[in-house]
Structure formats: structure tokens, C-alpha cells
Design a binder for this molecule. Structure first.
Ligand code: ZN
Length: 264
């Protein structure tokens, strides 16, 4: 079996104190998993990954000289943006149909996917954030990038981008203000999804240690080709640079999670 890396770290200047994350960057999985028993084309769709995010994060990382961590396995295999005890960690159902490679699944295979994909990805995220903290001498700012489908159950979504968060507002309000400033896009605030999810990537790496963060979702049809990706990289890069220059976003401050008390 060839070695399969479950993550990729794009190097940047850790002393700038900015870290980019892309949990769902890729639709790949090791060849022995086939297509998890799904039809041809399933892995080209949004159910397998966040369309447009890999090239967008590569361009943002280059423009900002910021380190980035990319997840290199499809979320259909195991979802890196779910806690280890989340029942949707390995999806039984996708698009209303059973995922044959995921259900039924043995405890051994469940543990295998945690050990081989999920945990190494999160170790890479922890390590990259720790390096940025050490090199910059302050709390880093973490920006997580995702994308969402333009329509849900046949209803078009009005937002061009969305800002999802739990309860740490530090990066959120300045970001929304800067995104809305040109007046040409509609920005969702905790829509179409609520950003408070116990055990997810932002909870674990940012809410718990008190690191300022925000999760940005871009609508997939806007970044489905190279021109769209370039336009959104150009739109977001200066905004993220402005956020990263704000001292308030580089202090450790823990906010209570809307999902309940912290365990640790
Ligand atoms: Zn995503």
C-alpha cells in the first residue's frame, strides 16, 4: 500500500500569525476504498468535498504568505469537521441513499479511519497553529474556508458568502463589515448553517484555547472556475490581511460556547 498523506501543509510565514484551514479541500481517498460503493460521479459533487476551496486557499496562502492546512481525503470517508463522538462523523446516508462503504462498518474500520485520516489531519492543524503562535509570539488568527451549494432542496440561496461562528465575535463583525462594504454581495451571518457545533474544527482548535477565528463559506458556483477563484482570492486577501493586522485578534480570550460548558 502506497503511503497516503491525509493532509497537506502549505508553508508560509508563521511569524505573521495567520493560519488558513481547508477541512474539505479534496475529494480523494486511497484506491482500496474505491468509491465507497457510490455511483460514478459521486466524488465530483459537493457531497464529497467543498468545490473550489482547494485552489482558493492555495491562492490566499500565496497572496498572504500564510501557512495553510488542507484535508486530503473526502468527507464521505470521514468528516474532519466533526468531533470524534459526532454521529455524523462517518455518514451512513448521502443524498438519501446508504453509502455502502460506510454502512455497515466495523468498529475496527471506524477506528482505522480515525487513526489514519482524522487524527493526523487534526495533529497537523494543531502543529501549524502552535508554530504560528510560537513564531509570532502571540495568539494566531485562524481562518477556515468552506463552500456551500447554490441551492438546497430546489430553493436558490441568496448569499454569495457566509460567515459562521459560535460565540467569539472578534473576527466575525469586522469581517462581515468588510465583506459588505463594496455593496455588491449578500453575506450570510450564521446562515445557511449555524457555526456552533460541538467538537468541530473551530470548536476544538479555536473556541477551546480562546483563539480568534472565523469560518467563511463561499457559494460554490462563484468559485467553480479559475476566473471565479481568482476574483474571490482578490476580494478576500486584502480583507484577511486587514483582520490579521488587528491586535484584538491576537490575544487569547475564551468565550463560552453556545453548545454548552467545555469539558476541559
Ligand atoms: Zn466544508
Amino acid at each position: 500500500m502506497r503511503h497516503y498523506s491525509p493532509y497537506e501543509i502549505i508553508s508560509g510565514k508563521p511569524d505573521e500569525g495567520l493560519v488558513l484551514l481547508a477541512d474539505h479541500a479534496m475529494n480523494r481517498l486511497p484506491p482500496e476504498y474505491g468509491r465507497l460503493g457510490l455511483a460514478d460521479g459521486a466524488f465530483e459533487r459537493h457531497i464529497a468535498y467543498d468545490i473550489g476551496i482547494e485552489p482558493l486557499v492555495r491562492q490566499l496562502s500565496a497572496a498572504l504568505d500564510a501557512p495553510a492546512v488542507l484535508g486530503c481525503f473526502s468527507r464521505l470517508l470521514i468528516d474532519p469537521n466533526r468531533g470524534e463522538d459526532d454521529p455524523t462523523l462517518i455518514m451512513k446516508i448521502s443524498d438519501g441513499a446508504i453509502v455502502p462503504g460506510n454502512h455497515p462498518i466495523t468498529d475496527e474500520e471506524w477506528q482505522n479511519r480515525l487513526n489514519r485520516f482524522h487524527r493526523p489531519y487534526h495533529r497537523a492543524v494543531s502543529q501549524t497553529i502552535a508554530e504560528a503562535a510560537a513564531a509570532s509570539g502571540k495568539a494566531p488568527l485562524v481562518i477556515s474556508l468552506h463552500s456551500f451549494t447554490p441551492a438546497w432542496k430546489g430553493i436558490p440561496r441568496p448569499w454569495h458568502a457566509a460567515v459562521l461562528w459560535d460565540n467569539d465575535p472578534r473576527a466575525v463583525f469586522p469581517l462581515i463589515e468588510k465583506l459588505e462594504a463594496p455593496g455588491d454581495i449578500v453575506v450570510g451571518n450564521n446562515e445557511p448553517y449555524d457555526g456552533a457545533l460541538r467538537g468541530d474544527t473551530m470548536y476544538r482548535h479555536c473556541m477551546m484555547p480562546g483563539i480568534a477565528h472565523v469560518l467563511i463559506e463561499v457559494r460554490q458556483d462563484l468559485i467553480s472556475d479559475a476566473a471565479g477563484v481568482a476574483a474571490w482570492a482578490e476580494r478576500l486577501a486584502p480583507i484577511l490581511a486587514e483582520l490579521n493586522a488587528m491586535p484584538a485578534l491576537h490575544a487569547y480570550q475564551r468565550y463560552p460556547s453556545r453548545t454548552g460548558a467545555y469539558d476541559g
